[in-house]
Design a protein around this ligand. Structure first.
Ligand code: SAH
Length: 389
């Protein structure tokens, strides 16, 4: 699909709110929206847009179903429903990922694989997730089924690899729960290493099926550079990288600081992060698998009892859309780092958390919006927050 064409399913999909809106205008809308929420605290710098804002998504998810005629379809849920809207190509998704999903639709038909029915729980094929590392070319395909029995799985994999030799790993994930979560607990690597590796800011990162990884790698580099620049490191800092995923921000920062502790809830992501530190020979980072709020509460308590415990100089935080929580923020205030760099994918919760911190002796100094999600209504922001006294 070219830039000028408007996606035929954009209204039903709901992902691309700004279909048909020139890119420059999208950027202005986002800047204004951030200004409305955050302008009362500090300066909003111009948004960093993309040079080529299409097909940027390195992770593509498709849910499988049948249409009324019994044809296998795959795509997205109609906004707010569980009705599947067929998608064959998407202007923001990676082209190869969409092609692989198309091949799986075709193979499912020839292998007579039934799609999973959410109402009855019958059928097999539920979702497909494709992750592609743009820098290395490695491709992961995750096939999610509603039961562990996948007849002719080996031949299915062979046929898929024949059509797409670029695929480097295939995972069979089993999700037999009535849930809107895509991935189930159980998974089996059926081809390759079980993870892919990408390169960001000159460092190599391994990514598992369940680990979070930023979906727009081009803009992720812009985002991380901005976050590190905003922190103004001198080389002496002890840094907490909270909500660290596979450890990317902290490891990129590790070159400019004394040491980093990454905190992340997802076990697979922490395993990736530990592997990533080793693979990049980074010795001054470590990782903790915990709820970020609980970790901060514990650290503040230990430091209160034992004055020799080192307190963080800088907290980098990158919470999910729901933002941070009071446990996290109140412990942060107790420990009193001079600098907080808040990376946020939701300006509404960012504003809420900044408001809270501003009441407790912190001051927002600047917001740098980065357009990580062109054509959608989402905006990412880096915010520098500093202790007032
Ligand atoms: N900084 C990373 C990840 C950001 S996404 C990056 O740039 O790639 C947010 C991350 O927070 C996800 O990895 C998610 O698993 C994690 N997360 C969500 N809730 C959490 C919590 N309560 N405590 C710690 N980590 C959490």
């Amino acid at each position: 699909m070219s830039k000028a064409e408007v996606c035929p399913v954009h209204k039903k999909c709901g992902g691309c709110r700004y279909q048909g809106v020139p890119y420059e205008e999208q950027l202005k809308i986002k800047e204004k929206m951030v200004g409305k929420l955050m302008g009362k605290y500090c300066k909003i710098y111009p948004i960093a847009g993309m040079e080529n804002p299409i097909h940027y998504r390195n992770k593509v998810h498709a849910v499988f179903d049948r249409d009324r005629k019994g044809n296998i379809i795959s795509g997205v849920y109609k906004e707010g429903t569980h009705q599947v809207i067929p998608v064959e190509s998407c202007m923001i998704e990676d082209v190869l990922a969409d092609e692989i999903i198309g091949t799986i639709r075709k193979l499912a038909k020839s292998f007579k694989i039934k799609t999973y029915d959410e109402d009855t729980g019958y059928g097999l094929l539920r979702h497909v997730l494709v992750k592609r590392a743009f820098a290395t070319g490695q491709v992961m395909v995750v096939i999610v089924t509603g039961s562990p029995v996948f007849p002719s799985r080996n031949n299915f994999v062979k046929a898929l690899l024949k059509e797409h030799p670029q695929v480097t790993t295939i995972i069979h994930n089993i999700n037999d729960k009535r849930t809107s979560m895509v991935l189930g607990e159980r998974e089996k690597v059926i081809y390759g290493k079980g993870y892919i590796e990408d390169i960001l800011c000159g460092k190599k990162f391994r990514i598992s099926a369940k680990s979070f990884y930023q979906v727009n790698p081009v803009q992720t580099e812009v985002l991380y550079k901005k976050a590190i620049e905003a922190a103004g490191f001198t080389g002496k800092e002890y840094v907490i990288d909270a909500y660290c995923g596979i450890g990317t921000i902290g490891m990129v920062a590790s070159d400019y600081v004394d040491s980093v502790v990454g905190v992340e809830l997802n076990r697979d992501a922490v395993r990736d992060a530990i592997g990533n530190a080793k693979a990049n020979n980074i010795k001054n980072v470590r990782f903790v698998c915990d709820d970020a709020g609980k970790f901060m509460v514990k650290l503040a308590a230990v430091a209160h009892r034992d004055k020799s415990v080192r307190l963080p100089d800088v907290v980098l935080m990158d919470p999910p859309r729901s933002g941070s929580d009071e446990a996290f923020l109140s412990s942060l205030v107790k420990m009193g780092p001079k600098t907080v760099v808040y990376v946020s994918c939701n300006p509404v919760t960012l504003e809420r958390d900044v408001k809270w911190l501003e009441k407790k002796g912190y001051k927002a100094k600047g917001v740098w919006p980065v357009d990580m999600f062109p054509f959608t209504e989402h905006t990412e922001c880096v915010t520098l927050i500093q202790k007032s006294n």
